[in-house]
Design a protein around this ligand. Structure first.
Ligand code: AMP
Length: 112
């Protein structure tokens, strides 16, 4: 069971900034930007690579919630980044789909 599943199940705590029946958003425990929030589906899915057509609504909701959370946290005016890592070379360390919202500083491109 992944660490994020334990957060979903309430087994371990998190600094939750948004939650509804399908997704939750909480602050990253090791932030790499002044604002660093993770948005995850409550359904068990390893990454976007594992998504199937039935996940379409959930994926759309995940993106819309990420935009809402960014807006609510005051990131919209100056801009921010949403990123999802996939697999080892993508830099994924937790095998449960998550969007990173990064804001509050200038982002570089390309990522390292
Ligand atoms: P990734 O490397 O894309 O899989 O991102 C996983 C993220 O989860 C990392 O930025 C970690 O800092 C973060 N993380 C790991 N455990 C926790 C936790 N218990 N609460 C909040 N964030 C966590």
């Amino acid at each position: 069971m992944s660490i994020f599943q334990k957060i979903i199940d309430g087994e371990i705590g998190a600094d939750i900034v948004y939650e509804d029946g399908r997704v939750m958003a909480f602050r990253d425990i090791n932030p790499v930007a002044p604002v660093h929030v993770l948005v995850i589906p409550k359904s068990a899915i390893v990454s976007v690579a594992a998504a199937v057509p039935e996940d379409e609504l959930m994926l759309g909701h995940l993106m819309l919630v990420a935009a809402k959370v960014a807006r609510d946290l005051g990131l919209e005016e100056q801009g921010y980044r949403i990123v999802t890592n996939v697999g080892a070379l993508g830099g994924q360390s937790v095998p449960h789909l998550h969007l990173h919202i990064l804001g509050g500083r200038a982002m570089s491109w390309p990522p390292g």
